[in-house]
Design a binder for this molecule. Structure first.
Ligand SMILES: NC(=O)c1ccc[n+]([C@@H]2O[C@H](COP(=O)([O-])OP(=O)(O)OC[C@H]3O[C@@H](n4cnc5c(N)ncnc54)[C@H](OP(=O)(O)O)[C@@H]3O)[C@@H](O)[C@H]2O)c1
Length: 287
């Protein structure tokens, strides 16, 4: 029986690469975009139906789930990928920006998950994969609001993994490191950043790498959906995402935070640099 996956946010990045990977492995794919102009984005990929969904529109989720299930008769997996990046010192973020970040990355994801759980529960099978981020584990500066939204996704995934275990449904979270996707061209920036922060921002981002190809995380998403390991909840994708939790585990959290604070205040060690970069040119960030 051909399996079906629903993937949100598929115009670019991990979503786009995941659509292509699942389709190439013989899956049916229900892909979502939020603009009519993007409805033909997967026109060259077989067995893909592209539907409109803005994950902020919670009232649309029940009808969307019904429509998605009707496309191929059942759904075996849901990949909650849609999301965006709010960036800047917390002091300069408006509360509206903070609410908006949680609306898309957390509440929208929870609402869509709720719309599909009854289908998976009654079917007695299903996999839900949620996009968290290494920032949920790491605590990057100037991106604390985004990191907090992704930490909420991680905790939600872990709790739900156990809650749905009785019904044969498993829930996982993918923690990508930095990847070169369009997310960095659509940053929601904090406005009116006090001058005091500029030096720290420049310093911090001057030691960040340019990131991996999105195909790396698409592969991780595919593995999370298909490996049958119901007990494995966390999938780290990209060299920085793999190295950071390992180094914390091996060398201890206090060592890690000391290295991190040294890096952020201008004295990154070579070991730290090798953790967060892969030898690429530093990325230029301005706020
Ligand atoms: N790139 C990284 O380094 C990285 C690292 C860790 C985690 N992540 C997470 O991975 C996920 C995918 O990111 P990406 O890097 O592949 O970024 P991307 O290329 O910008 O893709 C994000 C997708 O989400 C869609 N989207 C955003 N807001 C939406 C909404 N309200 N409703 C429906 N769709 C919406 C975008 O649609 P539009 O084209 O219409 O904007 C786009 O299709 C995100 O959850 C992100 O937070 C990314």
């Amino acid at each position: 029986m051909t399996r079906t996956v629903v993937i949100t946010g598929t115009t670019s990045g991990f979503g786009l690469d995941s659509v292509r990977l699942f389709a190439s492995q013989g899956w049916n794919v229900v892909a979502t975009v939020r603009k009519e102009a993007d409805l033909d984005v997967h026109h060259d990929v077989p067995n893909v139906r592209t539907l409109l969904l803005d994950v902020n529109d919670e009232a649309a989720d029940a009808a969307f789930a019904e429509e998605a299930i009707a496309q191929f008769g059942r759904v075996d997996a849901l990949v909650n990928n849609a999301g965006y990046y709010h960036m800047g010192p917390v002091e300069a973020a408006s509360m509206q920006q903070i609410h908006d970040q949680f609306q898309t990355n957390v509440f929208g994801l929870m609402a869509l998950t709720k719309a599909f759980v009854p289908h998976f529960r009654t079917q007695r099978s299903g996999v839900i994969v949620n996009l968290s981020s290494i920032s949920a584990d790491q605590g990057y500066p100037y991106t604390a609001v985004y990191a907090a939204s992704k930490a909420a996704v991680a905790a939600f995934s872990e709790g739900l993994n156990v809650e749905l275990a009785d019904f044969g449904v498993s829930v996982k979270a993918v923690f990508p490191g930095t990847h070169a996707t369009r997310i960095f061209t659509k940053i929601d920036q904090a406005a009116d950043v006090p001058e005091d922060y500029q030096a720290g921002i420049q310093r911090f981002f001057s030691v960040q790498g340019t990131g991996s190809s999105p195909a790396v995380t698409a592969k991780g998403i595919y593995e999370a959906v298909t490996d049958g390991k119901n007990e494995k909840v966390r999938y780290y994708t990209g060299p920085d995402a793999v190295a950071i939790p390992r180094s914390k585990q091996l060398l201890g959290a206090e060592w890690y935070w000391e290295e991190f604070r040294n890096a952020a205040t201008g004295n990154p060690s070579d070991l730290w640099k090798s953790l967060v970069t892969r030898g690429e040119e530093p990325v230029e960030f301005t706020l």
